[in-house]
Every structure is written in C-alpha cells, then in structure tokens.
Design a protein around this ligand. Structure first.
Ligand code: COA
Length: 386
C-alpha cells in the first residue's frame, strides 16, 4: 500500500448562500483546493464527491458526472459517494484507497450540499432518509428527535445536564467566531442555548447543527510525489470505517455509537497510535449530545465523563484535547455531504500552522470523525504533518 498525502485544500463559505447554487459551491471549493495544491503538471485522474441528498434537495441526481463537468475535469472517472452525513468522510476514504492501491495518482475529493433551496419540512424529510424510513421516519421521528432520545438516556445514566450540553455549543460558537468560513460568527453564552426554543426536548435550537449550504475539497496524491512538489504535505496515516444498525431501537445501548468505537480501534491500530498522541480532533457534533458521545466513544474521555470534561474546558482551544476548532457542525455549519471533507480541511490548516486565531500550538497529529445518520456509519481519519 502506498502512503497517501493531502497536498491542497479549500472550502466555500458555509451558510445560507442564497445567491449560489450546488455547482457554484463545489467550483469555489475545488478551485481553491487545486490552486492550493500547486500541481506543477501532475494530472488529476479521479474525483470522489460526497453528497447526501441532491435529489430531494435540488432535484439533481448523477452528481458525480455533474461535478466533474463543472469543475472542468472531464473525462476523468468521477464517482458520487453517499453515506448520509458521512458522505464526505467516506468520499475521503475512497480517495485514500484509490491512491494507496495505485489505481489513481492524483484525486480530488469533494463534499457538497445545497440545503436551503427547499422548505424546512422538506429538509427534515430529506435528512430523515439517513435513518430507518420504515421504522423511524414513518412513525414520526426526526433527527433532532432521535438524538433527543440519546440525550435523555445519557442524562439518566450519567447525570449529564442541559447546561453541560449547552457548553458544547458555547465552545463551538466561540471557535466558529474565529473562522471566516463558518456559518455563525457570533459567540454565545449558556443562557442563549438554554433559552432558545425547544426542538425535541431536551434539545433546543442552539443544541442543533443548522441547515447549511457549502462545499469542501482536498487533493490527494502518493506521499512520495507530494514531498517533491509540496512544501507542507499532510499524510493520512489511518483511514477506518464501521457500520451499525440503521434504526436506533436495534442497538444494545443508546449512549454510545458502536460504529465509532469500532472504527476508532481500527484507526488507532493502523496509525500505531493512541488517543494520547492526538493533538486535536474534528468530531461529528450534529447535536451537542453527539459531541459528548463522540469524545467518549473515541476514547478521549471515559464513558459518562465527556459532558463534565467539556464543561471544565478540557476540549476548548487551550484545553488538553481541543475539539472542533473549526466550530464543528454546530458553529461552522453542516452541509451534510461536505462536512467530512471540511473536517480534513480544518485539520490540514491546523497541521500546516494556518488556522490563525484558532491555531493549536505545535499541532502534529489530528483526527477526523464523521457519522452518518444516528451512527449507522462512522468514518475516522488520522493525519500527521509529513
Ligand atoms: N443554531 C443556531 N441558530 C440557528 C440554528 C441552529 N441550529 N438554526 C437556525 N438558527 C437561527 C437562524 O440563523 C435564524 O437567525 P436570525 O433570525 O438571526 O436570522 C433563526 O435561528 C431562525 O432560523 P430558521 O431557519 O427559521 O430556524 P428553524 O427554526 O426553521 O430551524 C432547526 C432550526 C434547529 C430546526 C434547524 O436548524 C434544524 O433542523 N437543524 C437540524 C439539522 C439536522 O437535523 N441535521 C442533520 C443532523 S444528523
């Protein structure tokens, strides 16, 4: 297997982008990533594009072909990758495998979603496709509702409080306010979260990631080549993915995501590292409770201790393990198919020392964690400064 490196990254501004369409967003991110890669004659020979629901959201299928066309990459092989909110992370893994195996020599990995062109109920219905349509959505469950069940159980089993969940949102809005690409640029306090309207009790508006338009891209090539053309390549030293039941009621536990635990174990084995070696992580905080479960399931904190750790500032920019320096899904926004790639963009900037106000000092190794649905897919990458 060849070693794989990220040589270029770029993203569009995340937010409610009324004046830009699906293709504008990916062209923006793709152009920035390709310029950043400074390819010097290397030919891009593959595109993997993560997008969850362009059909229901903008009436467009066959997104792989559309994106290659509009990015000016025809006639290269272009593949759409779908794994709900983990579409971007799984696309990154496809790109990693394509380079590692020798099938491709230079690929663009993209993620994109245009979510604000349809009404709120239509977005809820499109996102609902990430769960079990027959057993959950048909019975009236929404994604905030599904994560609310997990939050209630976590509160019951571990004494997690609404204030502690709110502290995830406060931290992630603080980080987002230091990221010019983020949807929300304003710091908030605990009261803002607690006083926001209830979406699915105990989750309130500010416990939820928003509805977002956006795209992110990365250019990958073999490390050996990358070291010749690129000043600061970032090596992907582990890529792991795992699955679980689609419906929540079939799980043994509501307070953990087993796919995350399995993928984390594989990723740490592949990288020959442990949690102690990780300097920062971008984790899947689609709801505040999701970040608490993620930092526990990844092994940064013991089960039941993630909420207190967040409240105590251990996951802040200056904490022992900074989590979601980009602002996460909560503050930076969550254009579902783009999120997994955006996480890799943020880690790349951090490892290159380009994260400005939110830069983590001496960052050498970072982790990304991207989840599909309520945890039926989890994909993890570990990256290091090459
Ligand atoms: N966090 C903070 N502020 C938010 C927000 C969020 N998640 N969602 C919306 N807002 C803000 C908007 O910016 C707007 O502010 P403004 O009045 O200052 O412009 C205001 O709240 C109203 O926005 P609106 O779009 O009308 O909100 P809404 O009530 O229709 O939607 C949610 C709020 C929480 C229901 C919606 O963001 C949502 O469904 N989020 C979850 C998405 C999801 O399930 N993703 C998949 C995860 S698996």
């Amino acid at each position: 297997m060849r070693k794989v490196a990220i040589v270029g990254v770029g993203m569009s501004k995340f937010g409610e982008e009324w004046d830009r369409g699906f293709r504008d967003l990916i062209i923006d991110a793709g152009k920035k990533a390709i310029e950043d890669a400074n390819l010097q004659g290397e030919k891009i020979d593959g595109l993997f594009a993560g997008t969850m629901a362009p059909g229901p959201l903008i009436g467009q299928e066959h997104a792989g072909a559309l994106l290659a066309d509009w990015m000016g990459l025809n006639p290269i092989a272009s593949t759409r990758v779908e794994a709900a909110c983990a579409s971007g992370g799984v696309a990154l893994r496809q790109g990693f495998m394509a380079i590692a195996s020798g099938m491709h020599d230079c690929v663009v990995v993209g993620g994109v979603e245009k979510m604000t062109d349809v009404s709120g109920p239509d977005v809820v219905s499109a996102l609902g496709g990430a769960g079990d349509q027959e057993w959950e959505l048909f019975a009236g469950a929404t994604f905030p509702g599904i994560y609310a069940l997990m939050a209630r159980r976590h509160m019951l089993e571990y004494g997690t409080t609404e204030e502690q969940m709110a502290s995830v949102a406060v931290k992630n809005h603080f980080n987002a306010a230091r990221n010019k690409y983020a949807q929300f640029q304003k710091e908030i306090d605990i009261k803002t979260v607690l006083n926001s309207k209830v979406v699915a009790s105990p989750l309130k508006v500010f416990d939820c990631s928003p509805v977002t338009d956006g795209a992110a891209c990365a250019v990958l090539m073999p490390l050996e080549k990358a070291q010749k053309i690129c000043e600061q390549p970032v090596e992907i030293i582990a890529s792991a993915q795992a699955s679980d039941t689609l419906a929540l009621h079939n799980r043994a536990s509501l307070t953990e995501i087993n796919a995350t635990k399995v993928a984390a174990k594989k990723a740490f084995e592949m990288a020959k590292l442990s949690t102690k070696d990780i300097n920062l992580a971008e984790v899947h905080d689609c709801f505040t409770i999701a970040e608490i479960m993620a930092i526990e399931d990844l092994g940064f904190f013991k089960k039941g201790k993630g909420a207190k750790a967040t409240e105590d500032g251990l996951t802040s920019l200056k904490g022992e393990i900074p989590i979601n320096t980009s602002g996460g899904l909560k503050g930076c926004g969550h254009p579902v198919g783009a999120t997994g790639v955006k996480q890799a963009v943020e880690i790349t900037w951090q490892l290159r020392g380009q994260a400005k106000e939110r830069q983590i000092k001496d960052a050498q190794i970072g982790l990304t964690h991207n989840v599909g649905g309520s945890g039926a897919t989890a994909v993890i990458h570990i990256m290091k400064k090459a």
